[in-house]
Design a protein around this ligand. Structure first.
Ligand code: PEP
Ligand code: MG
Length: 881
């Protein structure tokens, strides 16, 4: 049996997307449900694939089928392509399964030639319109199908207008347009070496081949690679008879959404123009009218359109974006598709659809992109205001949201100016823990160096503060207090605006729209939690962040980085004393001073978490991070500490490391200075006792970082336990707690069976695991990772999206080995990937008990976890949380 390569619109339906493409399937569906769709036919994606297999030729069998469908269309319409009486004109459009930028666009008015233009004049009684249609066709056909540069045609139009002193295209007269048609045909001949095709069938075949070829143009190929779209899908071609909205005052054209795409409000939203063609609406030459005023202009048509839009929404069970044309009082629907919408609208729409019984909760959950929720949780720039400002540079979108403020280059200045009521941005080469107060006081943070897991990025995400990191185009001169970008100099106090969701940096201030978390959001998240069966915790280092995370639905702390508590102004002297101490006695004295601070911190966190588990990690970063490095600062500190500057300098240089990320950090600190570990364990126990006495349930989990061999844990676990037990005994309380480890070194994954024998839990530190698995420094990889992604060496930045193929294998191995020797081992993740949807799905499929992420990503992780469960179709399989 021969294959069917061409389908009339009445032969397909919406479920035939892979064969007819998205557009073709929807045109067929609308035809079937009886809507007024200008008729036509679709050439299938299989025909496209056949064209490629057949050395870029359309085989006879397909040509015959096209001929037959064209004849049928001509018969039905009572018109003929190329005829000098009432000619048939068609549009030709590509139509892949997924709409794809880079593919061939639309050609309108195909079928016009020197003869049929007269037929069109006769049929419409409008000579100017007919010649205008003809010149538009030549222009579109030449550009889209034959790839003749657009500007060649544009300049003819411009010259004609200039010569006559016209302002706009609509000033051109019939005579002008006739001359332009002649000139356009000349350009065509010069460029292609042949006359502009007068034979309509030839026009059609050239257009069809151009659509097929556009499937493999470089832009489409890159788009497919980036979006994981297989190359062998092919594109369909839609041939549809033209209807005209520019045939007088009973004609028109427009676009409408069945609901408001900004808010989701259930009211028709869109625009139309009387006596106009589609491109006039887009070109913005005339100002379109609000769709709702069509009720006055053409009451019957409005009523009909309203009914159609309601039935399309019901039929597709989603908000639709509909294109229509009115030709001499007759309404035609040209296209329908799911309408693009803001996050706010998306949530409102699905909640309404569920409430009206049109979709299930599961469908609602699957329809929301987790990343979209970000838009709801952070302030954003007003889109209209953004058009007024210039993009200065682009960095990494390190922490979402938008911020506008005066730039300052030192944390102290930010604090001072913020206190005085100014809105400020902290701009640094890169931030260090000393900048913390400035980060808190600023509206947002901008750095020239550093990647997605740099200090600025991690801390800003924790605070929910907007941050653009690694913006290498900016030359940030902290000493001169200015930024240079080419010839431009931005001085302290000048305004910049940053968008942490896109990485864009704008010159000047931009108006903001504040975050809105309305009623539908919590209804929707309630459904998410009904379905989700993996826990979501948060990475939080202080009670403020912990409280915020609980508001967002966090079910515990998955990582408390205790070092972030060391930097507050009051504590840093004691921390420094501890570090410069060159004997145990002095170190213990300094630690004694730190203990009350840490106890207070932990107490506050236990209170904030109110019965939820708190995973507290022992000190992780190399000690030199806490010391000053510039001469001036060293001298000042030495004076304060009453020691010789030269001694302090020596200590600083002793602590200096070539590769601090691989150096004296993590549990190595506790191994060499057990007294630090003892102080922290004591502070945790005492904080827990205080909370316990207030009647708060506490669930401490003590986490040892950077374990590479089980022997490290074997040494440290008893120290932690002895200290904590002693405290509990002294206080006469019994507080159960667990001790476990980060899994963030490849060797730990490989020997996870041994480690699990001594650990109650594992938490995957995928930031370090990515760093050590790939051998990419977290602090420096930003310099080349962008290019790696651009060149396709890596699909994504592995510090943002977990590399499941490689780093994921380590996780998989550790889960398997760990559970082999310790069945009750609790598993979680606390690297930045814990809030990235595809990584959350991976964790779910690995059977992790929880993911942990920064507070503002908690809702995103909750949604991603629910989607992972739905995807796995495990509705009936219940997992232990
Ligand atoms: C990790 O390495 O993934 C982690 C969470 O720890 P840190 O980022 O503090 O090194
Ligand atoms: Mg780590």
């Amino acid at each position: 049996m021969s294959t069917k390569f061409v389908y009339s619109f009445d032969e397909g339906n919406k479920d035939m997307k892979s064969l007819l493409g998205g557009k073709g399937a929807n045109l067929a569906e609308m035809t079937n449900i009886g809507l007024p769709v200008p008729q036509g036919f679709t050439i299938t994606t299989e025909a496209c694939n056949d064209y490629y297999e057949n050395d870029l030729k359309i085989k006879q069998e397909i040509l015959d089928q096209i001929d037959q469908k064209l004849e049928q269309l001509e018969k039905e319409q009572g018109k003929k392509l190329g005829s000098d009486v009432n000619p048939l004109l068609v549009s030709v459009r590509s139509g892949a399964v997924f709409s794809m930028p880079g593919m061939m666009d639309t050609i309108l008015n195909l079928g016009l030639n020197d003869t049929s233009v007269n037929g069109l004049i006769e049929a419409t009684g409008n000579e100017r319109f007919s010649y205008d249609s003809y010149r538009r066709f030549i222009q579109m056909f030449s550009d889209v199908a034959m790839e003749i540069p657009k500007y060649k045609f544009e300049s003819v139009l411009d010259n004609a207008k200039e010569a006559k002193g016209y302002e706009v295209d609509t000033d051109l007269t019939t005579e002008d347009l006739k001359e332009i048609v002649v000139k356009f045909k000349e350009i065509y001949k010069k460029e292609i070496g042949e006359d502009f095709p007068q034979e309509p069938k030839k026009q059609l075949m050239l257009a069809i081949e151009a659509v097929f070829r556009s499937w493999n143009n470089p832009r489409a190929i890159v788009y497919r690679r980036l979006n994981d779209i297989p190359n062998d899908l092919g594109t369909a071609v839609n041939i549809q008879s033209m209807v005209f909205g520019n045939m007088g005052d009973t004609s028109g054209t427009g676009v409408a959404f069945t609901r408001n795409p900004a808010t989701g409000e259930n009211k028709l939203f869109g625009e139309y123009l009387i006596n106009a063609q589609g491109e006039d609406v887009v070109a913005g030459i005339r100002t379109p009218n609000d769709i709702n005023t069509l009720q006055e202009d053409m009451p019957e048509i409005f009523e009909e359109f309203l009914n159609i839009s309601e039935s399309l929404e019901k039929h597709y069970r989603d908000m639709q974006d509909i294109e229509f044309t009115i030709e001499k009082g007759n309404l035609y629907i040209l296209q329908t598709r799911s309408g693009k919408r803001t996050a706010k609208a998306a949530i409102n729409v699905v909640v309404d659809l569920v409430n009206n019984g049109m979709i299930t909760k599961e469908e609602a959950i699957m329809r929301i992109e987790p990343e979209q929720l970000d838009q709801l949780l952070h302030p954003t720039f007003n889109p209209a205001a953004l058009k007024e400002v210039k993009v200065l540079a682009k960095g990494l979108p390190a922490s979402p949201g938008a911020a506008t403020g005066k730039v300052y280059f030192h944390a102290d200045d930010v604090v001072a100016h913020a206190k005085a009521g100014e809105k400020t941005l902290l701009v640094r080469q890169e931030t260090s823990p000393e900048d913390i107060e400035g980060m808190v006081s600023s509206e947002g943070i901008l750095t020239a160096r550093g990647g997605m897991t740099s200090h600025a990025a991690v801390v800003a995400r924790g605070m929910g503060k907007c941050c653009v990191a690694g913006c290498g185009e900016l030359n940030v001169d902290e000493r001169a207090r200015e930024i240079r970008v080419g010839d431009l100099v931005i001085k302290e106090g000048d305004y910049l605006s940053i968008d942490g969701s896109t990485g864009s940096v704008y010159l000047g201030s931009v108006e903001m729209t504040s975050a809105e978390v309305g009623g539908s959001f919590s209804v929707f998240m309630g459904w998410v939690d009904e379905i989700r069966d993996m826990l979501v915790r948060t990475n939080a280092d202080n009670p403020r962040d912990a409280k915020k995370a609980i508001e967002f639905g966090a079910e515990g702390i998955g990582l408390c980085r205790t070092e972030h508590m060391f930097f507050e102004e009051e504590r840093i002297p004691a921390v420094r004393e501890m570090i410069v101490a060159d004997n145990v006695e002095d170190r213990e004295k300094a630690l004694e001073k730190l203990l009350p601070f840490q106890r207070g911190d932990f107490h506050g966190i236990f209170e904030a978490m109110d019965g939820k588990p708190c995973n507290i990690r022992l000190l992780d970063p190399p000690l030199h991070e806490f010391l000053p490095h510039e001469d001036e600062a060293i001298e000042e500190l030495a004076k304060k500490m009453n020691i010789r500057p030269s001694d302090l300098k020596k200590r600083v240089s002793d602590l200096d490391e070539f590769n601090p990320m691989l150096g004296h950090r993590g549990c190595r600190l506790a191994v060499t200075y057990p007294e630090i570990c003892v102080m922290q364990a004591r502070a945790i126990a005492q904080g827990a006792i205080l909370a316990n006495k207030e009647g708060i349930k506490v669930i401490p989990e003590i986490m040892v970082p950077l374990v590479g061999t089980v022997n490290e844990l074997k040494l440290l676990r008893p120290i932690i336990e002895d200290t904590m037990n002693e405290e509990f005994e002294k206080a006469g309380v019994e507080i159960p707690y667990t001790v476990g480890t980060m899994i963030e070194i490849p060797r730990a994954c490989i020997t996870a069976d041994e480690i699990a024998e001594v650990a109650d839990f594992f938490s995957f530190g995928t930031n370090d695991l990515t760093q050590m698995g790939f051998g990419y420094s977290r602090d420096d990889a930003g310099k080349f990772l962008g290019e790696y992604v651009e060149k396709g060496i890596l699909e994504k930045d592995p510090f943002q999206v977990l590399d499941q193929k490689g780093i994921g294998k380590f996780v998989e191995m550790a889960v398997k080995l760990g559970r082999q020797t310790n069945e009750s081992l609790k598993l979680g993740i606390c690297g930045e990937h814990g809030g990235e949807p595809s990584s959350v799905e991976f964790c779910y499929n690995q059977g992790l008990n929880y993911v942990s992420c920064s507070p503002f990503r908690v809702p995103i992780a909750r949604l991603a976890a629910a989607q992972a469960r739905i995807k796995k179709e495990s509705g009936s399989v219940h997992r232990d949380k």
